[in-house]
Design a protein around this ligand. Structure first.
Ligand SMILES: Nc1ncnc2c1ncn2[C@@H]1O[C@H](COP(=O)(O)OP(=O)(O)O)[C@@H](O)[C@H]1O
Length: 188
């Protein structure tokens, strides 16, 4: 899919603020691809499309989990974890995206995963640090990326913060994030 078509799809579907976030994720991802020798075209496309299903009706997303044979375990957790896998399936089956790296990056952008490709890593981090993000401590992650160039360390820190946030709020944690946390824990 061409960049222009992807932008049009997302602009027509998402609220303005979420559309702008998606563009900033794509821009941040392209900068990171330059820094880490990634593939700019892939991260740009994944960045534009990653939140495509973010505001889909929950009932529709449940149907898509069945239709596209996604892990039914996804339904037992916070509904936030659905939109990545659903968007990846929709892009593959309804919009003809074939590039597995782009699809995986969309799929795993919320939870992360163990053994991520460079494209997946970049989208996971870019989503967290794009310039519109204001979460406490986000500048530490920006420094880790743009000054220290420590991509895996940033992935660990983001996973750790997500897990701590979920625990603090008594939310269940989809295990893929725990696998990500353990895999990128460089102390092990
Ligand atoms: N492993 C997980 N289990 C359950 N919920 C999670 C998990 N990882 C992330 N979340 C939830 O998803 C939210 C973030 O979703 P994300 O897709 O990163 O946001 P955005 O769509 O704004 O980019 C977190 O605030 C958290 O509530």
């Amino acid at each position: 899919m061409k960049k222009k078509r992807a932008i049009k799809l997302v602009e027509e579907k998402l609220p303005k603020k979420r559309f702008e976030h998606s563009i900033r994720v794509a821009e941040t991802a392209v900068k990171m691809a330059e820094l880490f020798s990634g593939e700019a075209d892939k991260v740009e496309l994944a960045g534009i499309l990653h939140d495509y299903s973010k505001y889909d009706d929950l009932a529709l997303m449940y149907q898509q989990v069945t239709k596209y044979e996604l892990d039914s375990e996804l339904l037992a957790y916070n509904s936030e974890i659905l939109h990545g896998p659903v968007a990846a399936a929709v892009m593959k089956h309804e919009h003809g995206i074939e590039d597995e790296e782009v699809l995986q990056a969309i799929f795993n952008h919320t939870t992360g995963s163990k053994q991520m490709t460079l494209t997946e890593k970049i989208i996971f981090v870019a989503d967290y640090i794009e310039p519109g993000r204001k979460q406490p401590g986000v500048d530490d992650i920006r420094t880790m990326i743009f000054d220290e160039k420590k991509l895996d360390r940033a992935i660990y820190e983001i996973s750790k913060r997500t897990v701590m946030y979920l625990l603090k709020n008594d939310k269940c944690i989809y295990p893929r994030t725990i696998e990500c946390l353990n895999y990128y824990n460089l102390e092990k």
